[in-house]
Write a protein that binds this ligand. Structure first.
Ligand SMILES: [Ca+2]
Ligand SMILES: [Ca+2]
Ligand SMILES: [Ca+2]
Ligand SMILES: [Ca+2]
Length: 228
């Protein structure tokens, strides 16, 4: 069992959405749009990339195997998978969890892209691209105690290392971040961005006030405010 998946009691049901298979589609522009309006962009017929995937909660695009072409990576109750261009899906982690959000970034600063995801059940995890070509992965739990819902990545303290920022739900919900103190993903130190934001969900990092440092934008359940 991956360290990113807690032992689940046999009496516990799998995540509800895992009961629903879905498909991964490609919707491609058939020609350059030029001056086309939004209403008449030349979209082709939807092509099924994979018709057998379990419910996907989040998708990202990156050149995961560093072969020069972009790949699709998806996470959901059925696990963590990626689709090299024009190829069948490949499982990175078959462990089931209620994954909500996924990011891709070189978290250990070794030059290849790694992955991190959050789950309300299993917290915050990352997968090290051990071989650099996406053929071998090593999963690690960063913080299994949090009810993870949203996830962003940025060097929040501007020390040159890539950090993770999460929106947390549950009774202790807030916006928190994990400092990648050694820069290689081996040690993460948790701190609050704003502990007063209850039941946070989506988070993003952007220099909103243009003062040269990163700011955090977050949403919270039960609030109509966009927080920064
Ligand atoms: Ca690729
Ligand atoms: Ca890496
Ligand atoms: Ca940092
Ligand atoms: Ca700023």
């Amino acid at each position: 069992m991956s360290p990113c998946h807690r032992a689940r009691n046999s009496s516990q049901a799998p995540p509800k959405s895992s009961l629903y298979p879905t498909a991964l589609f490609l919707l491609a522009l058939t020609s350059l749009p030029g001056q086309s309006s939004a209403a008449n962009l030349p979209w082709g017929m939807a092509q099924t990339l994979d018709g057998s995937v379990q419910d996907l909660a989040a998708l990202v695009v990156a050149d995961l195997d560093q072969d020069g072409s972009d790949d699709v990576i998806g996470v959901g109750p059925g696990g963590l998978r990626w689709w090299p261009s024009s190829q069948a899906g490949i499982t990175i982690d078959a462990g089931t969890s209620d994954w909500q959000q996924l990011i891709v970034r070189d978290l250990d600063a070794d030059g290849d892209p790694d992955l991190a995801a959050v789950s309300p059940t299993d917290g915050l995890c990352w997968w090290q691209n051990s071989s650099g070509d996406a053929s071998t992965w090593s999963a690690s739990t960063i913080d299994g105690s949090v009810v993870g819902r949203g996830l962003a990545v940025a060097d929040l303290n501007l020390d040159g290392t890539v950090d993770l920022i999460a929106g947390l739900g549950g009774g202790t919900g807030s916006v928190e971040w994990w400092s990648n103190t050694l820069g290689d993903g081996s040690n993460w130190v948790r701190a609050a961005v704003d502990a007063s934001v209850a039941h946070s969900s989506s988070v993003a990092v952007v220099d909103l006030d243009r003062d040269g440092d990163p700011d955090v934008v977050a949403t919270a359940d039960g609030s109509t405010d966009l927080l920064a």
